[in-house]
Design a protein around this ligand. Sequence first.
Ligand SMILES: [Zn+2]
Length: 202
Amino acid sequence: MATNAESPLDLLWKEYSLAFRDFDDLTLARWLAQTLGQLEGKAWRLSHPLIGAYRLAAQLAHERQIWLKRLATPPAAYLESTCCRAPILPLLTRDVRDAGLICQHCNDTLFSFEDVAAPLQGDLEAWAGEYAPVHAVAHWDDRQRKTAGDYERAYENAAEEAERLLGQAGQKLSVRLLEFYPTIVWEDQDECLEVRPEDVKL
Ligand SMILES: [Zn+2]
C-alpha cells in the first residue's frame, strides 16, 4: 500500500475545495482580497470555518499563481510576502522556534524566528520552550513510558497542559503579534495529544 495515502479528512477537504475550482482567476483573486479585508485586525483560530475556506482558496490561488497576476489589490496593511509574493498571513504554531511563522498561501516559512518582530521573540521562545516537553510526552518511547509509571495519566496531564498553552497562544501571543501583522492565525489543536479545537478555551 502507498505510504502517502491521503487520510479520509484530506479527501473531505479536497471535496470542499471543489467549490473554488469553479471560480475563474479574477473571481478567486477578488474573493481572496475581499476576505483578507474581513479577516484584518483579528487573531483567528486555525479551525475557524472562514480560515478553513480561505486556506482552500489560497492553496488554489498559489497553484494558479494568482498573486503574481495582480488581478485584485489586497488591503494595504497586507505587505507582500517574500516566500510566494502573496499578502502576508502568518500562522503561529508550537514549532515557531524552528519553523517561524508559516505562510497560509504556500505553507513555507513566512518569517523565520529571527525575523519575527524582535519585542516578541522572548515571549514566543519561552512559550515554545514550555510547549516542547509537553508535546514530547505523546512521542515518548517505551523506556520513557515505563519510567513515568502511569503513562495514561502522564498523557492526560500533558493534554491538559497543552490546552492551557494553546489558550495562551490564542489569548496573549496572537494578540501581541497583531501589533506587528495585520492578521494572525493560530493553531488551536494538538493532534498528537488529541487536543481538539473545542478543548482549547479562551
Ligand atoms: Zn508564501
